[in-house]
Design a protein around this ligand. Sequence first.
Ligand code: AMP
Length: 217
Amino acid sequence: MIMILIGPPGSGKGTQAQRLEQRLGAVHLSTGNLLRDEIAARSSLGKTAETFMNSGQLVPDQIAVEVVAEHMKRGEPDTDYILDGFPRTTNQAEELDRILEERGLEVGTVVEIHTNDEVLMERLTGRFACANCGEGYHKSFKRPKNDGVCDKCGGVEFEVRSDDREETIRDRLGVYHSETAPILPYYAKRGLLVRVDGEKAMGDVTKEIETILIDGR
Ligand code: AMP
């Protein structure tokens, strides 16, 4: 089963996908994470992707499609996937259909996590992470128990993801509305799209998505 989570940056796609991965035994495939791994490995693909990502733009479709196709090739043919952050353009949605068709698969359910831009700005401008272990925090919603000390590893240095700065966030939201939101009708026409309210508490959104995915199986 191929499930897609679509939502603007900060809508909680990544967190929801991680939770669903455990609950449904599916593989969480995040193109953002795969691209950040490429950047950390200093690969040539990573170097190209980095410039786009740091300025809040989408990487070219060809790069995003390549990382997904490569990842799927390495998996078992019957692996269930939760796609997080892919597809993000109509072209990627069409490419995904082609990759899946070659494997005798098709998109099952597409969940849109709908969230207002102002709520997203507040969520995203407060995010920071431990520079040592990567544990995520938020200045309003999840501060370390002892200020300045990571709960998980005791690290004392923190960093803000380079694409979580305010101007970059505005650009990323603009890109979501102009490039990604137009793929929603592509799935709606096929009766695959379900919308959940991403402004609800994280746990309630998880329950709602679980009900949709389990009932829809
Ligand atoms: P994310 O972690 O999903 O918020 O992605 C972080 C950044 O990676 C995005 O702002 C884009 O620059 C890039 N990215 C991730 N997935 C894609 C994709 N499917 N197509 C193009 N760019 C992507």
